[in-house]
Ligand binder design. Structure first.
Ligand code: PGA
Length: 260
């Protein structure tokens, strides 16, 4: 795991977007794993800018989103279908048929989840997975105690997640209690992972994920087992990392490091 500390949110978002853009430039038909929430908005903004101003091409890209609320129609303003359309898809040239987002309204969740996993495999697996991190340390909606080898499935949200996400809904009771989410095991199969964390309220879970034990109590800690994770954090989110100076030192020494 490589921890990259940036001075602020915008810088962090731009740096993370450029990792994705570099992958697309070497593999134009890359499979992207996408995340929702407030943190990835800056990545999408920069990818849209790169598309509109610098010709970054998405015409051969396939995308798989991490999760969706159960019970919200695709047109609901808080559904992740709607979020992705508004913040990313309507601004870039990804073919509609290449976009996969878990269904929150299917009649058969088990069959849908199996199909979703199968589609990821048939498309060659995820080349780069974007992730945020919840205040409870979750990745996607893999709440504490989720199996670290879990696959796409229906999940009951933790109360803290419902509280955190209530800000997007008119009232707390409107937040769905269930979601359909890729599993930790599904996420760990992505070839490259780019996680972003911003703000002091994430400092604790950032430290637990990077420097704490691998535990299902903080599902992001499973990324310690992943061979290629870039953990982007802004100053506030990095504040509880014990090895902060070392992470900065690694980045400082990078230009002179022997090529591997
Ligand atoms: P946030 O959500 O980016 O809105 O903080 C992160 C998450 O729950 O994964």
């Amino acid at each position: 795991m490589e921890v990259i500390i940036k001075t602020n949110y915008d810088e962090m978002s731009r740096a993370a977007a450029h990792v994705v853009a570099d992958i697309l430039n070497t593999k134009p038909n890359a499979v992207l794993g996408l995340a929702t929430g407030s943190t990835p908005l800056g990545i999408y903004k920069e990818l849209v800018r790169l598309h509109q101003e610098e010709g970054l091409d998405f015409s051969q890209v396939t995308t798989f989103n991490l999760d969706e609320y159960v019970g919200l129609s695709v047109l609901h303003s808080q559904s992740y279908h709607y979020f992705m359309h508004e913040n990313f898809f309507k601004h870039v040239n990804i073919p509609k048929q290449n976009v996969y987002i878990p269904s929150g309204t299917t009649r058969n969740y088990q069959a849908f989840c199996q199909w979703y996993e199968q589609r990821i495999e048939e498309c060659g697996g995820i080349d780069v997975q974007i992730l945020g991190i919840g205040a409870d340390g979750h990745i996607a909606f893999n709440e504490p105690t989720s199996s670290l080898s879990s696959r796409t499935r229906l999940k009951t949200l933790e109360r803290q997640t419902i509280d955190d996400n209530a800000r997007f809904f008119e009232k707390r009771e409107d937040v769905p209690s269930y979601a359909i989410t890729m599993g930790v095991g599904t996420i760990l199969e992505a070839r490259q992972i780019v996680l972003l964390a911003s703000g002091a309220n994430k400092a604790h879970v950032v430290a637990a994920s990077v420097e704490g034990p691998v535990t299902s109590m903080v599902t992001a800690s499973a990324l310690q087992m992943h061979p290629a994770t870039l953990f982007f954090v802004d100053k506030e989110a990095s504040s509880e990392l014990k090895m902060r100076d070392y992470y900065d030192w690694i980045q400082e020494k990078k230009p002179g490091a022997p090529q591997i």
